[in-house]
Write a protein that binds this ligand. Structure first.
Ligand SMILES: Cc1ncc(COP(=O)(O)O)c(C=O)c1O
Length: 376
């Protein structure tokens, strides 16, 4: 039995995911956290930090910065400088700060994690959306549509890499095409790479967008965190990597007075995860691969529903348009399953299913999904 098979009861806890359906027999496979305990090394570090007993204002220690540099070098061959780091309480804050820091129109591609659509709006920036293309069961970039959507007023491109919700791990060639587009139109790229530790296909590698070339790094804000990979999003610890000093100053200025320090438990957890989370992470990926395959198998057996291969993330993006449901997520809730509705991602008729849970929970969820599809 895998440690990831252990079902931990999150009902009645502070969980946002499980609280949504409190008191109802609805399995929550919506918001993107996993129902697994954090790595033992992270729990040990948190225990040690709590035993210290004093929780004054804090900031990253040199050893944390070193752990980040070593992690990015070891995992991605990406060498960064300590002064490029800007610590953040979360990536959604980072997306909103980027929109405030860069003046002009924002460009992004749908379907997309909803804050990519709301951050420009909250920041008073016009937003242009391009649809990702779906051909031969594979999502990809429509560079013609990108060119058409980009104007002289476009200044910022919000990239999701790997992509939530379509689960693509963008290849070097795809990234190079995006980089060329950014250079041609002089765009700043904010690359949200929160899911980069969740590459499920053994033959795929995450390539940080900023690592493509020193010139590309100068126009890139990379947003990163240990939160998805090590399942600690509730600890609110993230960071931006911004090599260009002027862009970094603009970003930091937009934060002033409104973005709090990262809490000290998040900092302790981040260092422990990056330094000692490797074995746990390898087991996690193997487990998630099994879950992914199970979701794909069940979806393939059901009439009227389709999904593309999930290369990265623990999120399956399921096409239910052929079922002609007015409200697909509400229909699934009526059959005991809580999924995210595609309309929030700019794509009505789709559902997002989070398979970051013990297999017993997943099997129960898939049985409920099958019933929901049969009843459509
Ligand atoms: C692409 C992406 N960015 C950001 C976040 C959330 O980041 P945070 O919790 O650090 O604000 C998520 C969570 O699902 C995500 O999928």
């Amino acid at each position: 039995m895998s440690p990831f098979d252990t079902v931990i009861d999150r009902r009645g806890s502070d969980s946002f995911k499980w609280g949504k359906y409190a008191g109802r027999d609805i399995l929550p496979l919506w918001v993107a956290d996993m129902d697994f305990a954090a790595p033992p090394a992270v729990l040990d570090a948190l225990h040690r930090r709590i035993e210290h007993g004093v929780f004054g204002y804090g900031g990253p220690r040199p050893s944390l910065t070193e752990s980040v540099l070593a992690y990015l070098q070891d995992e991605y061959g990406w060498a960064i400088e300590p002064e490029w780091l800007v610590w953040l309480p979360g990536l959604v804050s980072g997306l909103n700060i980027a929109c405030r820091a860069v003046d002009g129109e924002v460009l992004t591609a749908t379907p997309i994690y909803p804050p990519f659509l709301s951050a420009p709006q909250f920041s008073g920036r016009p937003l242009k959306r391009v649809d990702l293309a779906l051909d031969a069961n594979r999502w990809h970039w429509d560079m013609t549509a990108m060119a058409q959507a980009t104007s002289a007023a476009t200044r910022l491109f919000l990239l999701c890499h790997p992509h939530n919700p379509v689960g693509r791990c963008w290849s070097r060639d795809e990234l190079l095409a995006l980089a060329e587009h950014a250079e041609r139109h002089d765009l700043v790229v904010c690359s949200d790479e929160i899911h980069c530790g969740l590459i499920l296909d053994p033959d795929k590698r995450h390539v940080p967008f900023a690592s493509l070339s020193p010139a590309i790094a100068q126009r890139t804000i990379t947003l990163l965190a240990p939160s998805k990979t090590f399942n600690i999003p509730g600890l609110g610890c993230a960071f931006a990597v911004i090599p260009d000093a002027t862009l970094r100053r603009r970003f930091e200025r937009a934060m002033h007075g409104i973005v709090p320090h990262v809490n000290v438990l998040g900092l302790a957890a981040c260092e422990a995860a990056f330094r000692h989370g490797g074995d746990w992470h390898r087991e996690l990926i193997a487990y998630l691969r099994g879950n992914r395959d199970r979701v794909a198998e069940v979806v393939a057996s059901l009439p009227g529903v389709h999904m593309t291969p999930v290369e990265a993330t623990y999120l399956a993006w399921i096409d239910v348009r052929d079922l002609h449901l007015a409200k697909p997520a509400a229909h699934c809730e009526a059959h005991g399953l809580g999924l995210s509705d595609g309309s929030d991602f700019g794509a009505p008729g789709w559902l997002r299913l989070n398979f970051g849970c013990p297999r017993a929970t997943l099997d129960d969820a898939l049985a409920r999904f099958s019933k929901a599809v049969a009843a459509a």
